[in-house]
Structures are given as structure tokens and as C-alpha cells.
Design a protein around this ligand. Sequence first.
Ligand code: MEV
Length: 441
Amino acid sequence: MKKNEIISGFSKMSRDEKLSLVTALFKNPKEAEKEFLSFHHPDENTQELLSGFSENTISNFPLPYNVAPNFLINGKMFMVPMVIEESSVVAAASYAARFWATQGGFKARVTGTEKVGQLHFLYSGDPDALKITMPHLERFLREKTAPLTAKMEKRGGGILAMELKDFTREVEQFYQLHVTFETMDAMGANFINSCLEAFSEGIQEFFEQTPGFSSADFEPLMAILSNYTPDCMVEVSVSCDVENLKGIASGFSGAEFARRFEQAVKIARADVYRATTHNKGIMNGVDAVILATGNDFRAVEAAAHAYAAQSGRYQSLSRASIENNRFHFTLEMPMAVGTLGGLTSLHPLAAKSMEMLGHPDAKQLMMIAAAAGMANNFAAVRSLVTTGIQAGHMKMHLPNIMRQLQATKEEESRIYEYFKERKVSYQSVTGYLQALRSEKK
Ligand code: MEV
């Protein structure tokens, strides 16, 4: 391949042809090819399935599949699957889940499951006529999409409402058909987008056949769901007597811990820099469950952060308070997930996650993922206001450091022993390992 040469037809090439083009970029193409192929699934059918999820697949990218036990949610115990590579996230979630299981567990509820889709269009006709005809247009569009919505309606979902929004003050001739949907156990992106595209054709037809309108005045621009889902919400909370927080960190009374925790969460509501990191800690748990169940974590992330900024200022998604000697901690966030369709049953490990969770419906999955987010948030803030985050984090990171330093098995056990009660850092481990090695010489 010549420098900066444009490749045509890459997607049509066989996997091996793609691989050889890619590995030509490496210092040792043979070794690179071997490495990529070594991550292929040994079962050809499974590999074909995985490759079929995307395009131009040349290998798989494994991430650890972890389990956090002891999640007591609304009185039911769960083992929660979490796909995440960051050390200490699963340990933190497990720690918090176990603690809250002794205090009655997580109380969760879904407060809404509506999703939104929008048809953005330009209209150069009479604005008043358009507004007046909306009820007729809505009826026409509902009839037109009846074959598309029939199955969803049978499951209890479908189109909930349609609203014409006038944005002509912001953008010349710009209107929007803002539609709310109930998609039940499906995430709903395909259903919503198909309905919206049908609405676009429907408006065209309606204008062609309705006196006083002309389809020439209508220019559809975009038909797409919105990932902002402020009416598809989950709430999870924990609470306990302040005294019960006594054992949570050595050297802190329950009241002292609760006070420091409450302050930390207030800071995350007041300052965007802290709020972003605080919410990242929530998303550590949420995303790990979303990934493990084959859901779209980008959609969940986008909605969470937009919601965190809904007041005009980006704030923490969780709140903490102390009332009458009781500590309360709550998390409220939007979450659009599906347990039907998509990768949830197609991806072999996503299917296993769903089975591990007892085949939850979408609402139950929202509650489980939110509980994981809350567990991680609790554990992170707990560490921050007590020992500091690095102590636990670096302890969990120790195996990675030892691997980087190519420690032998014997060296590893000496290192584990030595750092049981000491602060781990890359430097301190390197120093100790050097000392061990020179002691041997
Ligand atoms: C690290 O992945 C997440 C934390 O930074 C979250 C927080 O600061 O609350 C520990």
C-alpha cells in the first residue's frame, strides 16, 4: 500500500485480506496477525455471529466479565454481571452492595418509560393552517403507521402523543413533530426511527391530498429518536440509621462519616468539575451492567449527562441527606434500555447476563443498573472522604503493576505480603522489586 493511498472496497474484502492489509502497518506483520487471530472465538459460528454485529471485524477485544454479588434490590437478591476493565470498580460495587444488603438493600422504582422521537422539517406554507390541521394530520399519521405499531400496541406500547413544535424563531421555517412513544421491553430505537420515517412520507402524502396544502412546501430534514429521555427515569435509594455507618471506615463515627459524605455530595451538586467526576463514578457501575447485558451504553451516558445539566448547571445525579439521625442516599437518572431485541439475546454472554439476572424486563434492568451505579458512587465517595481513593485503587492495580514489571510468581507473593499494610504506588513497587532482585544476587 502506498503512503496515503485511499483504500476502496475494504468492506468487501475477506477477513484474511483485511487482516493482511492491516498487519502490513506493523513492525512484525506475522506476529501481529497471530495476535489478532488468537482472540478469535474457537467456534466458527460464534465468531461469525460476533463479526456480524459490526463491520470490518478483524478480531475480538476481550474485556473482563465480572460479577458483583449481594445486590438486594426491592427485597430480591441479585448477582450483578459487570463488564469493565477498571480495577477496583467491581470490588467497590461488591463492597457497597454487601453493606447495603445488611441495611435493607436498595429500594428502586421506575417513574416513567416514555421515549421521544423527532421529525425535523422545513415548512414554507401557511403556519396557521399547519397548526389548525394538526389533529387531522395526527389521525392520518397514526393510520399510516398502524401496520408498524400493531405489534408494539399488542405488547402495551406504541405512539403516545404527537406535538407540532414551532422553532421558526430559532431557525427559519423549522418545525418539529415531537412524538412520545412507549416501547415496553425494547430499547425502541429501530421502532421509533421506522415510525418517524413513515411519518415523513405520511406528511408528504397528506399535503398532496389535502386542499390548501402543497407537498412542495414540506422538506423533511431528519427523522431520529432523541437520546434525551427525561421521562424514562429510574430512582434508587438506600437509607440507614447514622450509627450503623460506624464500621464503614476505621477512625470515623457514623455521624462523622455521614456528615462528610453529605458534604461531598453537596459539593458535587455545586461544582461542575466535581460533579463530572462524581457522575463518572456512577457511570462506572451503570455502564458495566449496560455492557454486560448488551445494551447501548453511549445512549445511557448521553441521557445521563444531559439530565445532569437539566437545571442549566451540570450537577450530581445523586443526593445525600441526614434527617432525624437517618442517612439517606438517592440516585435519579434517565435510562433507556431493552431486554427484548438488540444484542441482549443475540450476544452469547449478554444472554448469560440476562439469565443470571433472572430474565428481567426493561424496568427491572433499569433498577439493577441504577443500583450498581449507586453502589459505585457510594463506595467512591466513601473512600474519598475517609482513606482517599488511591489506597484501594492501587491495591487492586497491584497485579497490573507486577505484570508490567514482569515479576515472577515468587516475587509476586513477596510483593503481596509486603504491601498488605503499605501504600502501593508504581514507584514503591519498583523499589521493593529492585531490592528483592538485588538481595537474590
Ligand atoms: C474513578 O473511576 C471514579 C471516581 O473518580 C469517582 C469519584 O471521584 O467519585 C473515584
